[in-house]
Design a protein. Sequence first.
Length: 548
Amino acid sequence: MRPFSKLLVVMGSLIAARTVGVEAEATPSCIAVSSQCYASLPDALAAAEDGDVVRVPAGTFPGGVRITTSITLVGAGAEQTILAGGGPVLTIGTLDADSQPTVTVQGVTLTGGMVTSSPVDDPWIAAGGGLQILPSSGGGLGGKVTVIDSVIRDNRAEPAIQLTQREGPGVPICPEGPCPFAGAFGAGIDNLGDLTLRNTLVAGNTVAGALTSDADGGGINTGRFFGGFTASLTLDHSTVSGNRALAGDQWGRFAEGGGIFNADGTSLTLQHSSVTENEARLETNFPGVLPDGTPLEVQTNSGGVHVGNSSPVTVVSSHIDRNVTALVGPHAQNGAIDAGMLVGDGRLVMRDSTVNHNVLSADVQAAPDLPGGAFEWDGVAEITGSEFVGNLATITARDGDATSIGAVDALAIAVTETDPGPSVMRHSVIRDNVVTVVAPRGNAAVFGGGMTNNASTVLDEVRITGNRVVARSLAATLQGGGIWNGALYADLPDPPSQLTLSGSRVEDNVLSGPPGAVLQGGGLYTGVPVTLQQTRIEDNIPDQCDGC
C-alpha cells in the first residue's frame, strides 16, 4: 500500500492572488492597456489588441463584459479586484467566429452573475453565469482560456423559457403529455473551449429554476449533454466546492454533476485538485411509471463529477470527497446513482487520489433497478494508489422493492454490452463503505457492498475491508459484502465478467438483513468463475465466498 499525502488546498492561496509578470500597477482610476488609461473595463477591452495586458486595479467593477482578442486580463488579486453582476459576468469570444481568442485571466473574482438564456443555444437553455467560453462557428472548439489565482463564486443559471414539445420519437411522456424541456448548465462556468484553471476556486454556484427540467454542472459545465461541441477542462491545484445542481418544483427530471459536468466527447484532467461538498439534488412528484405502463425516467447522479461517453479522464493526486447525490420522489422509481464520480466509456487513469465520504440517498416509491454507488466507470480504467473510503448509500423504497449496487462499480459490460478490455486497480483501498436498503413493504436486494463488477477487472494488491450491507425489509437477498461479480442484467447478452484478485485481501466485510434473509458471500459473491492468486478472504460475515 503506497503512503498517501493529503492534498491541502489553502484557501488563502486561492484568493490572495499574485500578479506575476505585470510591468506596472494601475492606479485606482486607471484600467491600463499598455501606456493608456481607461475609465471603464469595457472601454479598455475594446481598445486592447492581441498580445496586450489589461491591468485592472483593486475595486468592484460591473460585470457583463466581453473579451474578443488574445489578451491577458490581470487584477490586483481575487480579494481586491471583483467583477460583479451581469449575465455572464465575463464572456470570452464572439458568437459564430471562425476562431476564438487565447485568453489568460488572473487575480480576479467573478461573482453575482445571473443568466436566463445562452447565445449558443435555443432560448430554453441558460448557461454560464460567471464565465462563458463561446465555441467557434459550427460548434468548433472555442478559445484557449487559462484562469489563474482567481475565484468564480455565487453565480446562477436559471432558464426563463420552457420548450413545449410535441409527441414523437424520443420525446419523453409526462402525466400531462410530452415532457417540457428547459436546461440550466454551468452556473459558474459554461465551457465550450479549452479551459485550464490553475490555483482557482469555483464555489457556491447553482443551476436551478422553476422551469428547469435538466440541471447540469452546478460549478462547471463542459460541452453539452446533447452533443455537438468539442471542449476540454483541466484543473491544476484548484478547488470546486459547494456548488449545486438542483432540479425540482413542477418540471425537474434530471440533476447531474453538482460540481462538474463534462458531456460526451470532451476531456477532463484533475491534478492536485479537489471536488468537494457539491450536490446534485432532484425533488420530484413525477411517477416512475405512467398509468399505461410507460416508464418515465427521472435521475440524479454525480454529486461531484459527471463525465459522459467517449471522454478521456485523468485524475492525479486529487480528491473527490464529501459530495452528495439526493433524490426525493414519493412516486418515482430508481433514479439516484454515483455520489462522487461517474465516468462513461472513455479511458480513465487515476493515481494517488481519493473518492471518500460521499453520500447518496434516494427516498422513492420503489427502487427495483439498482441505484447506488459512489464511483463508477463504464470503460477501461487504470487506477493506482487510490482510496475509496467511507462512502454511504441509503435507498428507501416506501411502497415497493429496494435494490442497490456497491460503492465502487466497474460496469463496462452491463452498460455497453461489450467487453472493451481489462481494467486494473493496484495498491488501492476500498474500505468502510456502507450500503443500506430500506423496504418496509417489499424485498431488498444488494449486489455488492464495497465493489460491484460487471466487467473485466484485475485487482492487484487491493484491500477490500470493513464494508457493510444492511437491509431493513420484509425479505432480502444480499450478495457480496466485499465484492459482487457477475452479470447484473440477466436479460442482456452480456459477455461474462472476468475478475482476478492478485495479492489482495477481502476481510471484515458484513452482510446483515431481516430474519430469513438470504446472505451470500460476506467477502465475495460471484456468479461466474474468478481467479484468485495469493489472495486472502477471511473474517467476513456470514461467510467468506459464495461461488468461488
